[in-house]
Design a protein around this ligand. Sequence first.
Ligand SMILES: Cc1cc2nc3c(=O)[nH]c(=O)nc-3n(C[C@H](O)[C@H](O)[C@H](O)COP(=O)(O)OP(=O)(O)OC[C@H]3O[C@@H](n4cnc5c(N)ncnc54)[C@H](O)[C@@H]3O)c2cc1C
Length: 1277
Amino acid sequence: MSRNYDYIIVGGGSSGCALASKLATKGKVLLVEKGANHTAYPQSKVKEGWPQIAAVVVSALRNKGSGHWTGTANVLGGGSTMNAGVCVRGQKEIFTSLGIDLSSAEKAFQFLERTICLPADYEEYQKIFEDAWKERGDYYRLPGYTYGSWIEEALRDNNVSLSEGNSHGYKNSIQVAKTIMPTKDNDERRPASFLFEKSHLVEKEASILDQGNLTVLLLTQAKQIIFNDNNVAIGVDLISPAGNMTAYVRREGKIFLNAGVYETPKLLMLSGIGPRATLDKYDIPVLYENEHVGLHLQDRKTSYITLAGLKDIEGDDAAILDVLAISEKTWSYMSNKNTLVWGNAFGRCQTCAPIHRTNSCATQVLAAAIFYGSGYQDSGPHYLPMNVIGRYPETRGNITLASSSYSDDVIVQDGWSTNINDLKGPALNDFNTIVGGVQDQIIRFMRETSILEKLGTVALNASLNEKFSAELQDFLTTSQDQRLKASELLDECKFNENPLGDCVSMDTCLPTTPSIPVNDSAILREIVFNSLGSTWHMSGTCRVGDVVKKGSMEVIGVRNLHISDLSILDETVDTHPFMTAMVIGLTVGENTSPVQSGNFEYFPVILSSFCCVIILLIPFILIIKAIYGKLKNKRKMMDFRSLRQSMARSLRAQATEAVTIMKWRNVSCSYATKAASKTTLFNNSGKIVSGELTALMGPSGSSKSTLLDILAGRKSEGRISGAFDVLGQHVDAYQDGVSKITTAMKNHSAYIPQQEFFYPTQTCFEAVNFVANMCLGKPKNENQRKAFISLCLDDVGLPSEEFADRKIGGDLPGGITIRGLSGGERKRLVLATALALKPRVMFIDEITREENVASVVIIHQPSAKVFKNFDNLLLLAKGRQVYAGPLAELPEFYERNYDEGIPQDYDLADDLIVKAIAYQAERDEDHWAGPLQANMDDIPIQSTSEEKIDLGKIEGTSIVSENYLAGSEMSVGDSENPESELSFVDNPIMKESDESYEQPPSSWKLTIVFKRNLKNQYMSNIANVVGRLASYTILSILIGAIFFQVGKGANSSSDGLTFTEAELLIRTNIFVLNVSYLLPFSSIPVFVGDKRFFVAECALGLYSPWMYGLSQVVLETLFVTLAAIIQTCIIIPMCSMVNPSFSAPISFMTMLAALIMSGLVGSTLVFLCSMALPSQDLAFVAGSTIVTISLALSGGFLPPSEMSAFPYALQWISPVKYSMQALLTSQLDGTSAERLLDIGEFNTPSSVTGNLGVLVGIFLLLALLSGLAMTRLKETR
Ligand SMILES: Cc1cc2nc3c(=O)[nH]c(=O)nc-3n(C[C@H](O)[C@H](O)[C@H](O)COP(=O)(O)OP(=O)(O)OC[C@H]3O[C@@H](n4cnc5c(N)ncnc54)[C@H](O)[C@@H]3O)c2cc1C
């Protein structure tokens, strides 16, 4: 049920309640009070009830020094609930020493004097007292209710000269105070809790309780303060009748200790702040060492002397001490006839000598008091207590822990002693002050004024040595008998002696109890000493400057923990302290700024808004483009047809002479192995001439592929030597490196691999157009480009009218099959794409014939019909050249080397292979005699520039294709269409071809790759897209149904959920994130399938890997964004996930940003696995392992600090952790469950922006790694 608060106040006493009343107007407040509600004690309203309240409410601590009983009132309102209730201002120095602005203090005092303080009943009894003081002549009655150092101003305001005053700057004064006690007009006490319970009635303001910000936990004790790793106070461990619990404050919330002078330092020490020796002694981990905690205790003492009152006086049973006589060092008051029992009950036998104030005496006296067992509290003659109190005590004591248990009271040492002779230093001074006060304010007062007469004790005019009246003597004797009787019953207690025997006149002693000797100061001191007790006006155990900072009252060494009770005072409050305690509470509350509720973060909202805009724009743009394209096509259709016809006619007309495109000499290839270098190709020479078809033959292992790869510029491994002329450019493989051959050849050749890869969803036109766009760049004239592509299709036997829009077909990743081209048609399409490259040379693993396009073909034992179409033959055996020359010269070759002569056509190819195998077997490598025939002498390799081939000549060369290889193994198809012949001379396409050898700009290529991937992977593969989106939708609906409305919570308030409810929300979020991180796995087949196309296309050198990677990442980003929007639109409302600190749209957009980034990271992770790992299965295994571990490390299952060191360190690289943090922060920041973010350790980084930043970083890193992995995917040959 718990939730976090803006402020937690420990201790609902005088200061705590006042503080709560202020803070409750600024935020959610939890006030924790150890005791019960004050209304639980109706006894407080009748005098007979006081002893019982004292027994129940006031903790009984016995001062180790003096033996006086002391303690805190454990009840709502604290001391103000059962004290004497005199409203008196504390001295100004106190507020300035605390850094509290005096005008604020003035305002607070005035407020209290208006609300809780009432004019005390002023009756005969009070008048007697006041008049008696006036008789002294040196006491001045101040008007109004101003006290302490405020008196100065009051005097000035009343034109009283300060020069007449004493050393404090003002005269002895008589002050008639207001009170919070019941009066005739008001039978209810107004304790500090009145400030939030009822003060609004007086002030005519809105009720604080009705505002709903204040929660008061009664009978609940704070055990210790909880800090985070940065020493920031975040919560309080509590124990209540309901058991243990912890209450937390929000992120910048504050905890206030107002548990009084004993419990506040105790709580600090139990929480690890205090003297090291004490903390070590009780094995309390030190959070911050501070030797001052618990020191400087002041416990002001009072002397209790009772006067005999022989007559009933109006008001002698009502007021307690509303009339004060204040002199320079002491002050005194006379309280009503019921107060003796009251004081005796609190002080646990205050009327006993200190050494007799034992535990058992205290218990017995309490019992006697409760049941009136002591019997001297009766009607008729009675004792009227008169107290003399030191104003500025000097004695300092301390408190320390008795154990490490919160339930044990502290040990109190007040700096005094139980033996008068042991008094020294400040305690002796304080004692002397009180003795002086007794002499002045009791002895002198009684002897020089008519007070005793007015009380009915002696006649006003009785002389000093005249005997006491018989009535008085009788009263004193009776009361002494009663005391003695009581002493017998209360065996442990010895009441202060009443030396009546020697005390018969005012000249020897005064008729008080104990009787005060007038002339014997030694006895007087002893009697006063035995009558001393605590006033419960303690202060100083967490002194400002030592334990708390001045002004903020923040505890030194930690953050967000403050103290605002009387323990922070450096000096005791003059006369009465509870008003000062309340003023400190009020002013600290006033100066405390409200806790900001939830940080509005721009970044997530901007990010998600941007994504939404893009997603909305895409279909819009596509629709516009489609309409525009349709209109444009319609307009230009006629032009295109005529253009193609004229292009075909002009192409047919041209033919050019044969030109040598490439020559090579002594080309070898070797590989470094562990043992030694291994050569696989030896000193090959040859040439490629435009328009000629060259067969590259040899038995298996003859290094045909090595030679073909070297010539095609595709060789990526091995050490190549030899000399080349490539289109007139001389390259020495040793000097210039292979890359130069690669660059030179790649731009002018087409390589047709054995296995072709096409997107099944592509049309034939799109496939060829893609290659043309990649190699020829952006068309200057789109119709010309279309005509060219149509002609490429026509040329390979795929009439464009029929095939241009035909889908290639095949198996889509994911299992769907699209009907399309036959195997042969696919082969032809490969040729068409090769033609679109406008190559000088085609390197083909299969056979074809393109006139004026040189073709080098690896061919295994071709049929005679096919073989006769070749112009040249390169025959290899174990990497060595057996034959290199025109087919026409084969008869000569046979004649020269073999007796049997050249075989028939149909045996020739087979026989050549047999010859090569035999030749290979006959000779070992060391005895190679050179080629049987290599008529390459006419192709010297020159490095002179004059020998360079005229490129212009080749560009003018016609490529005339007649697919006359019909019926061959390749079955390219027939060519009955005369328009399928191409000529590149002086026609519009040729103009394009002027630029064709310059690489198109990367931006263009990127655009083409992007568009192609968009169309084929998403728009044309709509089933896959819909399927993936459907799984997001279905899963989101299911999760929404399972966790339906968890965000509402049965006990949630307008500012959020309880902790228990929020914990359920955290678990829900784990499943929400599962959607983001696990559903991308459905894309693995798609990614892996795409990888094949990518590898094949990259091997053809069509584009760089990064272009594919980038377009893929961007497209997947858009897809995942769309998926995240769907997911968010379903889950968020179904689960009622909303952050009440913000408006619903802001809260939605922030969560959307978290889900978008999570989806992106999840998807890119899967993409990386698909690209980096060799198989789909491995991608699944690796991806799911990473995501599962990452989920486990997210903190949603177990806070990281509860993990061992290794997983604890791993959490920082878990992307799900940051997603979880972003999502939870977006939901809980600023709410009543905000602190769960810290408790669950979802706080590094602590903002949504911070976590999204990390996720963006991870996303970019994964994208980069994917790019790198894709670079490595390039074919190695
Ligand atoms: C018997 C008696 C008579 C007094 N007479 C007078 C008088 O006549 N005039 C005068 O001005 N002053 C009087 N005082 C003193 C005055 O009441 C106190 O100085 C004043 O109340 C102190 O205020 P405080 O806020 O510092 O602490 P308190 O008012 O004592 O409040 C401390 C509160 O903290 C609570 N608390 C303590 N520990 C815990 C914990 N671990 N968890 C939760 N709650 C806790 C206590 O139950 C208590 O309610 C008297 C005090 C007593 C005890």
